[in-house]
Design a protein around this ligand. Structure first.
Ligand SMILES: [Zn+2]
Ligand SMILES: [Zn+2]
Length: 269
């Protein structure tokens, strides 16, 4: 049986753990995985000021070549047992499209499988890392005016990310599409944003993209559901959008997290 994890972090993640590539790989093999994509947070655009206090949202640009070299030797070493893909989780940041496209044009040819995600939202000239903490989210709710407004801006930014022209190596998979629900049990949205969500799914369908079917949200204490949630996953599947399971593991023991609680297995294989 084919078992695939399309969203895994690595020792190069500045806010993750130092678990080695081999600890991820060996654990994936123990779990019966046959295919895995390492999708480390890409370096952020050089002129972007990371709003996270430790400025550790993305990997360091000077580490990128080594990251790719490490993966290329691991691919050869584990060739018989595990298909390893070299990828990145690339941020879509409103206003930084040009720098992001330039980065993708340079590194895209060396990547096999990547994810495009939105973590940063822009309001009145200020960027916030929306999923950083409940304190940041609470501050955003105050500044945006309501939980629904934060959600709305998130989905609008996500829609822009799907539509953005980032060149021919633009990632084909959209990361954790309902990340704005990470703190939903603390800050309840009243509006389900059904229309925006449908528009996003339609656009994903039209562009022949895929969805990251991300188990990490299930274990976030204030989220307790996958990204995307069951209703949206069903809608995506009805449209024929492939859902690719992603553990979003930042430590090797989190591989496979949430998988058994998802509505569907990986629909892409
Ligand atoms: Zn991360
Ligand atoms: Zn992410």
């Amino acid at each position: 049986m084919k078992l695939r994890d399309g969203h895994v972090h690595s020792p190069y993640c500045p806010h993750g753990t130092k678990d080695s590539f081999k600890s991820y790989i060996e654990h994936a093999l123990d779990l019966g995985y046959t295919e895995i994509s390492f999708t480390e947070h890409a370096p952020l655009p050089p002129s972007f000021q990371d709003p996270a206090p430790e400025r550790d949202s993305g990997m360091r640009l000077e580490d990128l070549d080594r990251y790719l070299l490490d993966l290329s030797s691991l691919k050869t070493e584990y060739k018989k047992d595990l298909m390893i893909h070299a990828g990145l989780e690339i941020d879509y940041i409103e206003g930084f499209e040009e720098e992001t496209a330039k980065f993708i044009a340079e590194y895209g040819p060396s990547l096999d499988d990547s994810i495009l995600s939105v973590h940063f939202l822009l309001k009145d000239g200020k960027y916030d890392c929306m999923d950083f903490s409940d304190a940041v989210f609470s501050d955003m709710v105050a500044r945006y005016g309501s939980v629904d407004r934060v959600h709305k801006v998130y989905y609008q930014t996500l829609l822009a990310s799907v539509k953005a022209d980032l060149g021919s190596f633009k990632p084909k998979r959209i990361g954790h599409m309902t990340l704005c629900r990470k703190f939903q049990h603390l800050y309840k949205p009243l509006h389900p944003q059904t229309e925006l969500i449908s528009a996003i799914l339609q656009e994903i369908k039209q562009q022949e993209y895929e969805l990251d079917y991300n188990g990490a949200g299930i274990y976030k204490p204030h989220c307790r559901e996958p990204y995307p949630s069951d209703d949206i996953a069903k809608e995506a599947l009805t449209l024929g959008i492939p859902l690719v399971y992603g553990s979003d593991a930042h430590q090797s023991k989190d591989l496979n997290q949430g998988r058994e609680l998802l509505l569907f297995g990986d629909s892409s294989t």
